[in-house]
Design a protein around this ligand. Sequence first.
Ligand code: ATP
Length: 301
Amino acid sequence: MTKPIVEIKNLNKKIKGKHIIKNLNLDFYPGQITGFLGPNGAGKTTTIRMMTGLMYPSEGEVVIDGHMLSKNYEKAISNIGVIVENPEMYKFMSGYKNLQHFARMHKGVTKERIDEVVAQVGLQNRIHEKVKTYSLGMRQRLGLAQAMLHRPKFLILDEPTNGLDPAGIREFRMYLRKIAAEDNVAIVVSSHLLSEIELMVDRIAIIQNGELIDIRELEQQVAAQYYIEVGQPEQLIGLFEEPLEKEKGGYVVNLTKEEVPAFVRRLVESGIDLYTIQPIQKGLEDQFIEMTGGGAIDAIR
Ligand SMILES: Nc1ncnc2c1ncn2[C@@H]1O[C@H](COP(=O)(O)OP(=O)(O)OP(=O)(O)O)[C@@H](O)[C@H]1O
């Protein structure tokens, strides 16, 4: 396996005698998106504050690209990009001017790099308009562009989908995945809502009462079942060995993706009209209930 870009080692935080973060160990890998999940008050913000050097751990260490945050702050922190809930932008300036402004805070951010991040978040057509004319989703994407300007190897997003509608979340998700793949950045997305990040992340780390209670990579969500609607359902019987289960006027068939073309060919050859064929995806919530009997889900509700 590739080397982690960020290592959290035995992190502890005590405030006024209260043990808020307990022996946290967690690594982040290039190109991987991790969901940092936990109920309100679990300790996500406190952990992020320690990862970004805004708070000292009581014990333990954060190592970023081989640099210890406590000993080599400048080098360690130069590899991080952060997006907070509502990125601070100058609303009366254009998106482009905002990026130029933030680019000055880092060494070596060229005009080409600005254009590159603008394209990465799909804001080319609106970048010269004032930020106050942007939708919330566009502002979030501008925040993403800003955080990526200096080519960080580790990107932290604290509750990035707050306030976004489902379409906005979907869009944001797409850009985030693109950036993780194109720039090979390790990304951590904190949230207290499983449903908002489940399709965004490759694995999740669940924290509760300051303790990491579960960490697991999500299976690639490959559908093994498809929902179909056909014109002549009575002809299906006898044609396929698998029992066909009826649902909402259509049928559920057990198929892998590879088997779909042959299945469709067989329908056509048998004179059956196919109106719909749709993969049935299993959500993370279902996976978790299957895997844990509901324990981990209960923890984050
Ligand atoms: N400065 C502080 N003094 C005392 N307690 C604190 C302090 N900062 C955080 N806490 C406590 O530590 C715990 C973890 O808080 P934290 O903000 O990290 O949780 P969180 O997971 O980010 O929650 P949320 O989703 O609500 O932001 C909470 O019980 C909080 O009350």
